[in-house]
Structure formats: C-alpha cells, structure tokens
Design a protein around this ligand. Structure first.
Ligand SMILES: [Zn+2]
Length: 118
C-alpha cells in the first residue's frame, strides 16, 4: 500500500493543502474552477479575491444568488483525488470525499497555526 493515498475518514489534510494567499492549512480550502488546479484559497482569501462578503458557515456553505452553495465566486471546494495527484472534478465528488471537506474547520485551529509557525 502506498502512503500517498488520500484518507477521507478523518481530518487529514495533505502537506500541500495550504492557502496560497495566507498559508492557512488544516482547514477548508477552495480552488479556482477555471485556473490552476493547485492555487488553493482559504475562505477569507477566496472571498476577498471574489469580492464576496465572508458569510460562509462552518460547513463551507453560503447563500448564493440561487440558493445555498459551497462555491465562492469562481472558487469551488478543493478536494484531493484519492491518489493525491490533483483535485476531484467539480461534478464528480463522492460522498465520503465531500464529507471530508465538510468536516474540516472553516479556519485553521489555533493549535494547527502554532505548529505551522515553528
Ligand atoms: Zn488564505
């Protein structure tokens, strides 16, 4: 068994699951739907880039123009694929993978931030 597979069962986040704007990690991240797959953004950076108020709940859901959505402008939930090669396509997200993303905190936990700075 390769160690380089995605574990959707807990709150594991891959080493490169980091916000490119502010280095936030261990929390929900979004990716640009149309651009580089690897440019990840945290809720605050994605909202700022999209000029959208930060009105996202802990589950990563906000009220969009047509109802509740996990999207922030052009940003969609960044969910690693099972082999950690890239991110799952927008319309192909297994329930366990989406549950993993939903389980992550909206922002880095204080303990994670402290570890990241050492
Ligand atoms: Zn950020």
């Amino acid at each position: 068994m390769s160690k380089h597979t995605m574990d959707y069962s807990g709150r594991y986040t891959p080493a490169d699951y980091v916000c490119t704007g502010c280095n936030a990690t261990g929390c929900k991240l979004w990716r640009d739907y149309g651009m580089s797959l690897f440019e990840l953004q945290c809720v605050d950076c994605a909202c700022r880039a999209s000029k959208i108020p930060v009105d996202v709940d802990e589950k990563g859901v906000r009220m969009g123009r047509v109802g509740p959505t996990r999207d922030i402008g052009w940003y969609v939930p960044a969910i690693p694929d099972p082999l950690l090669i890239g991110y799952l396509p927008y319309l192909d997200r297994p329930v366990d993978a989406l549950d993993w993303w939903t389980r992550l905190p909206l922002r880095p936990l204080k303990s994670d931030a402290a570890v990241a700075q050492t």
